[in-house]
Structures are given as C-alpha cells and as structure tokens.
Design a protein around this ligand. Sequence first.
Ligand SMILES: Nc1ncnc2c1ncn2[C@@H]1O[C@H](COP(=O)(O)OP(=O)(O)OP(=O)(O)O)[C@@H](O)[C@H]1O
Length: 141
Amino acid sequence: MSDRGPKDLLTRTAEDSRCSGEGRFSLPCAFRCAGEGIRYAFLSQRNLKIQGALGALAVIAGFVFRISQAEWLALVLCIMVVAVAEVVNTAIESVVDIASPEWHPLAKSAKDAAAGAVLLASIGSVACGLIIFVPHLFALI
Ligand SMILES: Nc1ncnc2c1ncn2[C@@H]1O[C@H](COP(=O)(O)OP(=O)(O)OP(=O)(O)O)[C@@H](O)[C@H]1O
C-alpha cells in the first residue's frame, strides 16, 4: 500500500517516470510519449488510416479548387476533430481492455460511446466537406 497522499498522486516523480531521470517529466519526453500515442493509434486503427487518406484527399482538393481562408479553417478543423476523436477512442479502447477484458455492459457502453463520438465527428466533417466542395464542383459545370 502506497503512503503517498492524493496530492502526491497528481505529481509525477522520478520514481514514477520511466522516461526521465529528473524530478519532473521533461517536455521532450512528454512530446515523445504523445507522438508514440498518435503512432500507436494510427498503426492499430484501420479507420484512422482511412480517415487520414480522406483528409489528405480533401487537402489536395483544397489546393486544386483554391478554397478560401475560411474554408481552409473549416477543413483543417474537421480533419483534426476526426483525428482527435479517433485517438481518444483508441485510448478508451485500451483502458477498457485493461479494466474489463471480459464482456461487461459498461465496457460495451464505454466502447460504443467512444465509437459514437468518432461517428459524430465523421458525419460533421463529411457535411462540412460537402458544404465546402459542392459549390466549387458546381462552378465547373
Ligand atoms: N469488454 C467488452 N465488453 C462488452 N462489449 C465489448 C467489450 N469489448 C468490445 N465490446 C464490443 O465490441 C465492439 C468492438 O470492440 P473492439 O474492441 O473490437 O473495437 P474495435 O472494433 O477495435 O473498434 P474500432 O473500429 O472503433 O477500432 C465495441 O463497440 C463493444 O460493443
């Protein structure tokens, strides 16, 4: 049983950190861990690869159609919102798999809700994509 108080548990110590020998988790270390998290989500989630490919296509279309600054803002935001939702979904899946390797209704609810968040972000992004690109496509006709 640990003799650390609740406040201590909020502070990462050198003993806790597998990455840094210093008392605090160094900034480069924190960035590296975040990068590893994104890499893990990208490699383990087929959906993230598909979403990444669609996002890249949307960026290419943005250059082709010379979309406005406001349209770029919406496009970048949409791509990032979907990516963030998918990375958080990956984190939730991992935590659920640790906490509840066996079938449990709450584990199901947690994973389904996380997947639902990705779906909502994706639907919103498709809608934004249509709002941005359909007028540009019609302008070609
Ligand atoms: N421990 C569990 N208890 C109950 N239901 C579960 C459990 N693990 C998974 N499920 C159900 O199976 C579904 C798929 O879970 P899984 O872990 O395979 O996610 P996934 O297929 O990798 O999802 P994604 O496509 O978002 O990556 C969940 O949405 C949930 O309904």
